[in-house]
Design a protein around this ligand. Sequence first.
Ligand code: AMP
Length: 279
Amino acid sequence: MRIVLLGAPGSGKGTQSQRLVKRLAIPQISTGDLLRAAVARGSELGRQAKQAMDNGRLVEDALVLGMIRERLGEPDARNGFILDGFPRNLAQAHELDELLRRLGQPLDVVVQLEVDYGELVKRIAGRRTCADCGRVFNLLTSPPAGADAVCATTGAPHRLMQRPDDNEATVTERLRVYDEKTRPLIDFYRSRGLLRVINAEGEVDQVTERLTRALTAPAARALRPKRARPAARKKRKPLSRPKSKRGGVRPRRAPARKRAKSAKPKRARRAPVKRARRR
Ligand code: AMP
């Protein structure tokens, strides 16, 4: 299955992607993760992306698209993928369309994760990532516990770190950028019949359930905004026809269009041609 998860920063795209990876056995492709890895490696791409990331802006399309082209070409993406954080604007969405068309692998579904603004800010403040295994936790909603308390990579408790761009000032900018650049993708994918929208608030397990249902919902049930039904028209009472002065029923007036026609000035009759008198 080829899936795009759309949603504001903090809407849970990363957490839900990780769960889908297990269920569907397809890779999660997160441009944010790929960019952070490039920054950590100190590569040229990471160097070019870092400033935009630190300020909560989008990294240049050319850099992100190059990275995505390479990643989608890898063998594990042939059976499907979950795109998390990509596309982020209309130009990227058009490029993705074109790239997948050439690969003969069009998208199956795009799910929009809806979360209230205040909730997003709260979630981002509590978000922590394990420095070793990369799992995302939330100190408020989903702290490491039970079997998940131990890191799968080190076997020790997770080393939880806060992302440098999860600070208050950057978060405000990231949410603004989301509204301006990424939100228009909702209509873009809705018009292609690919969009499903889920409520991504509440328990993480419940959101996973809603997401799983949205993925399997038949395309015809793609959630479109309900159109208000036009109010039922009142049946008009037939107008009683006025009586003529002589007591009879006055003939109905011709409809406006006919009247307009008949109101045209009639052609003047030709004057009879005078015949020459016979002599
Ligand atoms: P994320 O982990 O998805 O929240 O991304 C973290 C940061 O990486 C964003 O604030 C952007 O600066 C950058 N980024 C991630 N994905 C993209 C993308 N598709 N296009 C441009 N910049 C991106």
